[in-house]
Design a protein around this ligand. Structure first.
Ligand code: 5GP
Ligand code: MN
Length: 347
């Protein structure tokens, strides 16, 4: 944890103590780690006496994460999508901005300009590749960690307020951090480090109800979501000769299966269960772009493929991006570029 030094923790706490209007932000289309880390930060700021704190999200969070989001009082949470003016006003009024789970401002979607123009002091807490540290008063960034939630956990543990005892965390922060780490590791399926298990153990000992979290995450979906998954794996998934599986989900099918935001979370991992599949690509038609999710097995770089051909990036084995072409052309695009990628860049 090279950035978690006594000096950096002092600066971190100093910035919080000086702030009067802190705002917490995370990436657009928030996932479990984004919601978990930002909600945990919100409650820690409250614990530090920062009552005038706002959590500003670019988009609403998926239904399966509402149990974490709802621990933030409704009048302290602003979702830009639908409350444009309010969201921008809070960002403009911030004197401290805590940026969680993204490496570049463009990952915050429509909040990008407001955040980059903001004169607030800024703190980065993230686990993606290549952050621009010069944009922040202090940055905590490392890749060899499970999640932004885990990095935040170890930062908070190093503060005088928490003093190395997870039971000193606000209970809402503890549950949110466990949730973010659990979703980013696919429930301890990837990116698990010795520190990750130590964190889980500390949080369990502090009383976090992991069984309840798993129930909320995995057992409260709609019937149509599971039927959509069946349809995608049976009818949409194709596997190329290079060992690339892909699925293209258009708006018509999303409508037919009453798909809600977040319903397809994790589906991209399923094709990796096939021995010959080295990489899985999932394309989903959105309102104004095609969203791309890529997962790869060890030895194949989802990050590089996303950067080269899908206008994105991420982590070595889990990345994302976007395309701006008609959905009818997506399959051909994927077949062509996955082949180029596997034969020319991965050998
Ligand atoms: P997901 O497939 O779950 O949407 O995204 C997986 C990972 O890819 C995310 O944790 C994030 O690091 C990265 N990612 C997703 N979308 C984008 C994107 O549009 N641009 C970049 N640079 N990274 C992305
Ligand atoms: Mn993350």
């Amino acid at each position: 944890m090279k950035d978690i030094t006594p000096d950096n923790i002092k600066t971190f706490i100093g910035l919080i103590e000086e702030a009067e209007h802190p705002v917490v932000v995370t990436h657009a289309k928030p996932d479990g780690d984004a919601i978990g880390s930002s909600v945990a930060m919100f409650h820690f700021l409250n614990m530090c006496g920062k009552q005038d704190t706002y959590l500003v999200l670019n988009d609403n969070c998926p239904r399966f994460l509402t149990f974490i989001k709802d621990t933030v009082p409704a009048d302290r949470l602003v979702i830009r999508d639908g409350n444009e003016n309010e969201a921008m006003a809070h960002i403009a009024a911030a004197d401290l901005m805590i940026c969680l789970d993204f490496h570049a401002f463009h990952r915050t979607g429509a909040l990008e300009n407001a955040i980059s123009e903001s004169k607030a002091r800024k703190i980065l807490i993230d686990h993606h590749l290549d952050p621009d540290r010069t944009l922040y008063d202090i940055s905590f960034s490392q890749n060899d960690i499970s999640s932004a939630s885990e990095l935040l956990f170890w930062i908070l543990m190093a503060t005088p307020q928490i003093n190395g005892k997870a039971e000193n965390l606000p209970p809402e922060s503890a549950a949110a951090l466990m949730t973010g780490m659990t979703t980013d590791t696919n429930n301890f399926g990837n990116s698990v480090y010795p520190s990750t298990l130590n964190m889980a153990s500390d949080l369990l000992r502090a009383g976090v109800d992991r069984d309840l979290i798993l129930q909320k995450l995995n057992q409260e979906h709609s019937e149509s979501r599971l039927r959509l998954k069946g349809f995608m794996l049976k009818d949409l998934m194709k596997v190329t000769e290079d060992g690339v599986a892909y699925m293209v989900l258009d708006r018509k099918a999303q409508f037919g299966y009453k798909m809600q935001e977040g319903d397809t979370e994790g589906f991209v991992n399923e094709p990796l269960s096939i021995a010959k599949v080295k990489m899985s690509i999932f394309a989903r038609e959105g309102a104004d772009e095609i969203r791309i999710s890529i997962r790869s097995k060890r030895g194949t770089s989802a990050n590089r493929c996303a950067k080269l051909f899908f206008n994105g990036g991420g982590h070595e084995n889990a990345a994302g991006g976007k395309l701006h072409i008609p959905v009818s052309e997506v399959e051909e695009y994927i077949i062509k570029h996955a082949h180029i990628y596997m034969t020319e860049y991965e050998k």
